[in-house]
Design a protein around this ligand. Structure first.
Ligand code: SAH
Ligand code: TMP
Length: 410
């Protein structure tokens, strides 16, 4: 566990802007015999106006979160499979990978959802993935993986062994890595002079706009904006050359960076940087206001569920997401309000949700024991979930969501 009172990038003092209380690991699904020694930490967020970085004050040790049994498998969503196929086509289509002598390194390659598109084409690639079960799935598809945490030492070793990379890619992992200065140095070392870094992560601008505070949990030590990404990489002589907003994870941003002066900069970069200044993503006050909306959102969700319960309605949740761990533990929503959670990840089924201990079943349970109301815990997969569960709605079942405010979906 590391706790800081200074910005991990600039070293300037951090102001605590949001306190989400004592929280367990977002993906720490567990069995009853593990309840008594469950791990909790203090989920507080700070902001630095110097670096524009929104970050956790305290984060559990990486090995506690990412290990053999890490429970998030990227391939559990059909929509995400398509997203990563399109992402790979975009990388190839833009000419960042030219031929089968190009080399791509992906950080946090998980079950190989992205690298599979390069491996299939015989393009030299390397996945960096410390979590065992997900790396097993990737390797079973012929993807080359090194089971380590990315840092400057590993970056040097990869460079010495394989040469520099044409592309370094990462999705939903840069925001997990606390040693941000070292991460940027490692990337710069490993990247060819004309290489590009392409990564995407949940986007701070959307989180503030939607009050989607459930994006804040142990793994997300940072929530980035283009302004903060610019601060991180300017220190190692790299610059943003493109920004592409994404719908994934309820609103993400794809950042493309190159070594300074090596590639043309898309006009979109300045447009989005200006939008962020207009949204106040450089100001502490914006996050203080956000914290007030978070409090209101948590209270409203709990009272909506309490009201339904007092009318003897049944409530379940769809998706044992890491995000919803924050909501349940912050708002005090447990098995008294939610009967069960359903999820298609075998590793989560038969376990209980972190902290509040709601039982988790397979999706079939939702079909055989449909509730009257279902909390859309995986709200970022709303389209896919509603398509799969038309029968629930046809039978009169209703969805509850908390984004952008607490309401029952039409
Ligand atoms: N890229 C996938 C997986 C995201 S989950 C997707 O977008 O769906 C984040 C993954 O990053 C996990 O599989 C985790 O084990 C891995 N990870 C965490 N810290 C890492 C680090 N320092 N270096 C490389 N991978 C890391
Ligand atoms: P995520 O929001 O972090 O992507 O997690 C989504 C969770 O929801 C993950 O555990 C898989 C689960 N899920 C289902 O159970 N059924 C589905 O149809 C989809 C898309 C996801």
């Amino acid at each position: 566990m590391t706790r800081t009172s200074a910005c991990r990038l600039s070293g300037s003092p951090l102001e605590v802007v949001l306190d989400l209380g004592q929280q367990p690991l977002g993906n720490g699904f567990l069995l009853p015999d593990e309840f008594s020694d469950e791990y909790f930490f203090s989920l507080q967020c700070g902001f630095s106006e110097a670096s524009r970085l929104f970050q956790l004050m305290e984060q559990p040790a990486p090995e506690r979160m990412f290990h053999q049994d890490y429970a998030f498998f990227s391939g559990t969503s059909r929509h995400m499979k398509q997203h990563f196929a399109d992402f790979a086509s975009d990388v190839i289509g833009k000419g960042f990978i030219t031929d089968d002598s190009s080399f791509i390194v992906e950080l946090g390659s998980n079950d190989g959802i992205f690298l599979s598109h390069f491996a299939q084409k015989g393009i030299p690639h390397l996945g960096v993935e410390p979590s065992g079960a997900v790396a097993d799935v990737a390797e079973s598809q012929g993807i080359t993986v090194t089971r380590e945490f990315f840092d400057t030492n590993l970056s040097r070793r990869i460079r010495d062994e394989h040469g520099q990379a044409d592309v370094i890619s990462a999705a939903n992992v840069m925001c997990h890595i606390p040693g941000i200065n070292e991460l940027a140095q490692g990337i710069s070392l490993l990247l060819k002079e004309d290489g590009v870094l392409i990564f995407e992560d949940p986007y701070l601008g959307d989180i503030i706009r939607l009050t989607s505070y459930d994006q804040i949990y142990d793994e997300h030590v940072f929530l980035f904006s283009a302004l903060s990404v610019q601060s991180i990489f300017s220190a190692v002589g790299m610059e943003l050359i493109d920004l592409q907003p994404q719908l994934t994870h309820g609103g993400s941003m794809r950042y493309t960076l190159a070594k300074s002066g090596r590639r043309a900069i898309s006009p979109t970069v300045q447009v989005i940087l200006d939008q962020e200044l207009a949204q106040g993503l450089d100001k502490t006050e914006t996050f203080i206001q956000f914290a007030l909306r978070v409090r209101e959102s948590g209270e409203r969700l709990r009272s909506k569920m309490q009201q339904l319960r007092s009318q003897r309605k049944t409530i379940a949740a769809y998706g044992a997401t890491s995000k919803s761990t924050t909501i349940y533990n912050y708002a005090g929503i447990g098995p008294d309000l939610i009967d069960y959670i359903c999820d298609n990840t075998p590793l989560k089924q038969g376990k209980f949700s972190p902290g509040v201990h709601i039982p988790i079943f397979a999706e079939e349970h939702f079909r055989s024991h449909p509730p009257e109301y279902a909390f859309l815990a995986a709200w970022n997969h709303e389209k896919e979930l509603r398509q799969h569960n038309k029968a629930f709605e046809d039978a009169g079942g209703r969805w509850i969501t908390h984004v952008p405010d607490v309401h029952i979906l039409d």
